[in-house]
Ligand binder design. Structure first.
Ligand code: ATP
Length: 237
């Protein structure tokens, strides 16, 4: 059994490669995302942690910025953090891309030897039963759920849709060591700092000419200004 996940004790050669995958539209990436990732990496000693910007989302409106701009903004935002990487595979696919196919690709690339942990906010998790082949996710990865202010608390399971409740009943854990004790299928609820920041709020502030400073890295803010993103004028995609 592989039990020690702490980064301070060093990586045990016995445990599988542990990969964190944070998917999202990232339109744009903000401190809500970045802080969650930073705290998760401190708790769970991932060997690699990827931000994976979505291509064409299936379940929401088209993003305000093009794939190219969203990828650039993620890449700029994480450039000084050696613990973070970006994987732009979904933006390179044509048509709608799914998390299931991304996870399958990871397993192929790591020869079935990696444990994948997919990070998801509570607001997205409560709609997970609408995702393409959602039950397959539990064969492919663990879920790490992060709470969001203003959203139902997933720990208060009475508020979850029945389909999710029955699929997930035996999967919950608050012990990160379960993520290496099992290959997939656990749902770890993470206790990360609640930051009430959303990309919707950022886009709307830009549109109304208000400041977005301190909601996201300055370098991303400069990029948004330089390329006139979200302002509704001269947006070149
Ligand atoms: P939008 O407002 O456009 O819906 P968003 O801020 O929710 O965007 P996404 O790119 O859609 O950002 O989110 C990617 C993932 O990150 C989702 O699982 C979402 O729940 C989670 N997330 C986004 N913002 C936060 C936050 N402030 N705290 C924790 N999780 C977050």
């Amino acid at each position: 059994m592989y039990a020690d996940l702490s980064c301070s004790s060093g990586r045990s050669t016995e445990r599988p490669v542990l990969i964190g995958i944070y998917g999202g539209t990232f339109d744009p990436l903000h401190y809500g995302h970045l802080r969650v990732a930073e705290e998760l990496i401190d708790t769970i000693c991932f060997d690699q942690f990827f931000f994976v910007p979505a291509g064409e989302p299936r379940l929401r409106d088209s993003p305000g910025a093009s794939k190219h701009h969203r990828v650039r903004m993620v890449s700029l935002s994480i450039q000084n953090n050696t613990r973070f990487s970006m994987d732009d595979r979904e933006t390179k696919r044509s048509g709608v891309s799914t998390t299931v196919s991304t996870l399958q690709e990871y397993h192929q690339e790591y020869d079935g030897k990696a444990v994948l942990c997919f990070v998801i906010g509570a607001d997205a998790f409560v709609k997970i039963h609408c995702w393409h082949h959602w039950r397959e996710l539990f064969q492919l990865c663990h879920l790490i759920i992060v709470e969001r202010p203003g959203c139902i608390r997933v720990s208060d399971s009475t508020q979850l849709p029945q389909k999710i409740l029955s699929e997930c009943a035996s999967r919950w854990t608050t012990d990160p060591r379960d993520l290496v004790r099992h290959f997939s299928g656990m749902i770890y609820t993470a206790d990360t700092t609640l930051l009430d920041i959303s990309a919707t709020q950022i886009r709307s502030l830009v549109k109304t000419g208000k400041s977005i400073r301190y909601l996201l890295p300055d370098i991303t803010l400069d990029y948004i200004k330089t390329h006139n993103l979200y302002s509704g004028k001269n947006e070149f995609r």
